[in-house]
Design a protein around this ligand. Structure first.
Ligand SMILES: Nc1ncnc2c1ncn2[C@@H]1O[C@H](COP(=O)(O)OP(=O)(O)OP(=O)(O)O)[C@@H](O)[C@H]1O
Ligand SMILES: [Mg+2]
Length: 248
């Protein structure tokens, strides 16, 4: 049963997408409420990245996408960003030969110059560690700092919904905690988050609600605090009926 969301910001229904003739996503139903943090979990190859790309308009898709009360089913990535739907792609993509500050200015494309500098400062305020290095080349940052920069790039546009694709990938446990803490802090400021994550326990500690995706369909939807969720998620991943009582 879908969980009803009081104040929906993103509503995806009957969404299908793939690559050429290869169908990857089949009839996805997913909702994120205003200011809500939601995790999208699932095994490798389930279609998590494909789903974020389809939502943000980086991939052709069919089905319905509503965002902030507007139909965005046919909207491309630039218009999605202007509407407040921002996608931080997999694998901390930063321009290593530009300074931290210039990477952020670039992420503020389309904004008037004065607002741009102001919003870059706002984004940097979430990450004091990279704010200190604003004049350094991004190449000199550690992997974790580059990931923080990638998240900060997403923040420059003041998103209403920030979609993060595995921000913890390749980071040490301490850095994973720092990046997820920034996501939690962002949520407290009222920004909704859709977080793709491999680390189930850490994701559950960060969000309000979860969806599990397996083989291109949503196989489980739950509140993050529900009992026995890690077990139920793993069962859902491997194709057993997640709603069935656990065998003892
Ligand atoms: N550019 C592409 N062309 C063709 N098939 C692709 C492409 N990208 C992904 N796929 C396929 O689509 C399916 C879903 O991939 P996707 O990257 O969305 O999964 P994922 O859940 O993000 O996995 P991971 O946890 O490894 O990041 C996989 O079968 C993958 O092989
Ligand atoms: Mg992926």
């Amino acid at each position: 049963m879908p969980i009803s969301v009081r104040d929906p910001l993103l509503e995806v229904s009957g969404l299908s997408a793939g690559y050429g003739k290869i169908g990857v996503l089949h009839g996805i139903e997913l909702t994120v409420g205003a200011g809500e943090a939601v995790a999208l979990l699932g095994p490798n190859g389930a279609g998590k990245t494909t789903l974020l790309r389809a939502i943000s308009g980086l991939l052709p898709r069919s089905g319905r996408i509503r965002f902030a009360g507007k139909d965005m089913s046919a909207t491309g990535p630039r218009d999605a960003v202007s509407a407040g739907l921002v996608h931080v792609v997999e694998g901390h993509r930063v321009f290593t030969q530009l300074s931290v500050f210039d990477n952020l200015l670039l992420a503020g494309y389309g904004l008037p110059r004065s607002a741009r500098v102001h919003q870059v400062e706002e984004a940097l305020a979430f990450f004091p560690e990279i704010a200190e290095k604003r004049r350094d080349l991004a190449a000199t940052l550690s992997g974790g700092q580059q990931q923080m920069l990638a998240v900060a790039q997403g923040l420059v546009q003041r998103p209403r919904l920030l979609m993060l694709d595995e921000p913890s990938a390749g980071l040490s446990p301490v850095l994973v905690d720092r990046v997820l803490a920034a996501a939690a802090q962002l949520r407290r400021t009222g920004t909704a988050i859709l977080l793709v994550e491999q680390l189930i326990e850490k994701a559950l500690a960060t969000v309000d609600r979860v969806y599990a995706l397996a083989r291109g369909t949503i196989v489980l939807e739950a509140h993050a605090g529900e009992a026995d969720l890690p077990n139920r998620l793993e069962q859902a991943y491997f194709g057993q009926d997640a709603q069935a009582p656990l065998q003892t």
